[in-house]
Design a protein around this ligand. Sequence first.
Ligand code: ADP
Ligand code: MG
Length: 295
Amino acid sequence: MEKFIRTENLSFSYPMDDEAAETTSAFALNDVNIDIDSGEYVAVLGHNGSGKSTFAKLLNLIIVPQKGKIFMDGKDITANADEMSDEEIFAVRRKVGMVFQNPDNQLVANVVEEDVAFGPENLGIPREEIRQRVDEALKTVGMTEYSQHAPHRLSGGQKQRIAIAGIIAMMPKCIILDEATAMLDPVGRKEVMNTIEMLNREKNMTVIHITHYMEEAVRADRVIVINDSRVYMDGTPKEVFSRIEDLKKVGLEAPQGTELLFELGKLGYSVPNDCLSVEECANALYDLIEREQKR
Ligand code: ADP
Ligand code: MG
């Protein structure tokens, strides 16, 4: 079956003056081939400047590639990248919505429900339908009771949920979160994580979650690591996080429990290398202690 998203040798470079060209590599994204199925939950990792946001912006046609292609539902959305009509761009953004890092930059109206309505209004959706979509979207993110509130007075996590509601109201197949949890406190992060996981599991929405929190990445079905503008790893969380040495090479690490077990393994203890959640790691540690005490 045709993949929902497929990139083919996708490459992009930002315009640069000569001075910048000397210090920065030419491509912000280089020869990237990634398939994403409808309904997949993908985490994207990579240190600062590796190309994650560039990848996200390409999928949403905020920027267009100089080389390579992006297929969406089998259609080459980059076919006439140089002279794309607003309709063609809207058609893509209707399928793929984006949530950014800073919640304050995404709020456009003075009342929550107007903010959520902004996206569908831009898509030219009829009034009555917008009403329904806004109510439904606010319900989905658990913010119905805030519909008349002023967005700027909400917490960071609530603001991001409003931003997500604004995307949901456009009914996309896919939502991309570009470090949308980075500026939030632990409570806000949990609210946003619960919201996107519910969208994936219950509404079958495709989720692409760019994050630098390993504990968030382990919750996805699949983890893609981007390094130096290229795909460095692509696998299940267990596959990716069991390669701790390879992660360290590119400035990343595994979740703390996984790291601890890895260090114990280096000391010669027999411990599994694919524990991810705190519970799994704690159980592995408990087993180890029990075995050691019996010796
Ligand atoms: P990430 O999101 O992983 O931190 P980005 O995709 O933002 O990385 O950046 C990839 C590369 O492109 C970096 O070298 C960065 O400096 C460069 N870059 C990003 N945005 C711009 C821009 N608007 N103009 C010029 N260079 C940029
Ligand atoms: Mg970024």
